[in-house]
Design a protein around this ligand. Structure first.
Ligand code: T3D
Length: 265
């Protein structure tokens, strides 16, 4: 029987999704896309899930699209576009829109769409041995899975251009120094740190964090006036949550807060 393309673990308050094709550095197949979509929807619909951890099995995080699916027996390649519309674009949108933090634990090489899927997550931790490769340039493609949007915003146009046009690997150390990722972690510590972060989010004021994600997502397209209006609206919504009331009470009573992550008061 074929191995499962992803593995899902349930922990208290969060889930872990592991891309699971280690012999192919977790290159993405249609079957993996379908499983991933299902797993993300289930996590979103589970009111007790307040964070998500995405990682890869074996020595890689994800080598992007499985190129075996792109070469037909007659040696011809597939015309692309549909695959992005059907699989990659909804995946990136979903990662950005999930109403809780998504942590990527990049355990090894992240290439092509694999790199940009990692960067689409809210917080990226990378093992020292990991690297980020905009591999598209090596096979005549354009960075996708949000890469052309994210890269210049994260590292500036000069570095984004060089990464995208050369396809040179970027070490985790440089990725951290350039602000491409949140933090580099020594290899043996990676999963412990990633779980620690998710456990923290599992006890956090989830609705406030979801609204924060939205504010940061929309900031790129807004001028200051529009963003101030958005902050007012989101803050109004946040202030209606029981977690806000609990946060204020706990602060004034000098005790740790107990957040439920629930929406309505
Ligand atoms: O098509 C669409 O739907 C549009 C969307 C496109 C999105 C994309 O992601 S396009 C970009 C696709 N990805 C790549 O071009 C990366 C290809 N891989 C590599 O360049 C290298 O494997 C790495 C730099 C990622 C890692 O190099 P290395 O030396 O550490 O490992 P390796 O020996 O190259 O790979 C290990 C095995 O994984 C190897 O198989 P083997 O020889 O042991 O049987 C290799 O063929 C396989 N593998 C790695 N990447 C892919 C792959 N097999 C299929 N597809 C891959 N993308």
């Amino acid at each position: 029987m074929d191995e499962e393309p992803i593995l899902v673990e349930r922990h208290t308050g969060y889930r872990v999704i592991t891309l699971n094709r280690p012999q192919r550095l977790n290159a993405v197949t249609e079957a993996m896309h379908r499983s991933l979509r299902r797993a993300l929807t289930e996590a979103e619909e589970d009111g007790d899930c307040r964070a998500l951890l995405l990682t890869g099995a074996g020595r890689g995080f994800c080598a992007g699209q499985d190129l075996n699916e792109r070469l037909a027996k007659d040696g011809k390649t597939t015309v692309l576009g549909n695959a992005l519309e059907i699989y990659y674009n909804p995946l990136v949108r979903k990662l950005r829109e999930l109403p809780f933090p998504v942590v990527a634990a990049v355990n090894g090489v992240a290439a092509g769409a694999g790199a940009n899927i990692a960067l689409a997550c809210d917080i990226v931790l990378a093992a020292r041995s990991a690297s980020f490769v905009q591999a598209f340039a090596k096979i005549g493609l354009v960075p996708d899975a949000g890469g052309t949007w994210l890269l210049p915003r994260l590292v500036g146009l000069a570095r984004a251009r060089a990464l995208a046009l050369t396809g040179e690997p970027l070490s985790a150390e440089k990725a951290e120094a350039w602000g491409l990722i949140w933090r580099l972690v020594e290899d043996p510590e990676l999963m412990r740190e990633a779980h620690k972060l998710c456990a923290h989010f599992a006890a956090a004021p989830t609705v406030g964090l979801a609204l924060t994600k939205r504010a940061l997502e929309e900031t790129w397209d807004n001028d200051l006036e529009t963003q101030l209006d958005l902050e007012r609206e989101l803050q109004r919504e946040a202030s209606l949550t029981p977690d806000y009331a609990e946060g204020v009470r706990a602060f004034l009573q000098k005790r740790p807060p107990v957040f439920t992550g629930r929406r309505a008061r």
